[in-house]
Design a protein around this ligand. Sequence first.
Ligand SMILES: [Zn+2]
Length: 318
Amino acid sequence: MTDHRRPAGAMTAPAGPFLFRDRPGRGLEVAFTSVDAGNLAFHVSGTPAADIEDSQRDASTAGGDGGAEDSRERVRASRRGVEVSLGVPPGRTEYLTQVHSARVVSAAGRGWGESPVAEEADALVSPTGRDPLAIMVADCVPVVFASRRSVEYPAAGGRDGRPDASGRGAGGVDPLSGPTAVAHAGRRGLLDGILQNTVEKMRREGSGHEPGDIQAWIGPAICGRCYEVPEQMRRDGTAQIPATHSRTVWGTPALDLPAGAQAVLESLGVTVHRSPVCTREDPRVFSHRRDPGRGRFIGFVWRREEGWGTQQIEGSEG
Ligand SMILES: [Zn+2]
């Protein structure tokens, strides 16, 4: 995920309202939004009105039923804007009511536009990959997953049926056609096992068990130089996940949650792509510690149905 370090104009994928966007497999979209996408969480009051006028004037159709309803309508408009950019039918993306738990649920098959109350959990798995999934964050660690299906090897690939070095099996079989997932790993969720639970559920739903069968993108999060915690909290965290041990640039105890997430995932055989962006230091993304209440951005994953919406995929092989 070195694209984060390049200026926006040099990114290979269209920037739009995204900090990062990639198509790592056939029909597969992985993305993290930027502040340009607006606040995507209903439970956050959102951007001050003066800033909204710049980014949302055209998209918002707020009718003026008071501040709360204006705020909710701005979130709806922002969510639809992201969906239009990705080619997702408006309202179809599945969100969760995130509660800092270790609970993983399966996609419901109904997006935020159809289902008024999202389920309480902190990770969401799509067995087919065809459910557009979103996870909201502003400092906590967003993780997006895609996977190879464990039953795909025998028909294609090298001597033992494994994909070749390019990551594709013989005959151009795309390896990332298994279950997808998104997870919200804050300090509590990370220590309580949200990532282990997500990987376990993906494997129950058909993801392969070999190293590299599951790939994870760790998105922008508060870094170990910025996430100050009390000494006791660092001791407790480090006892469980040593890789989280850190200190702030100003010399106080800290936890490195992205490093901890990477260590946990790699211990499970997951291949990790990790963003270098720190939410607290980079104004292109929302940060609760830097700017409380201003907004949430999302990590996103979705696989298009074959033969549907493919005209929007430049360079698609499918
Ligand atoms: Zn930082």
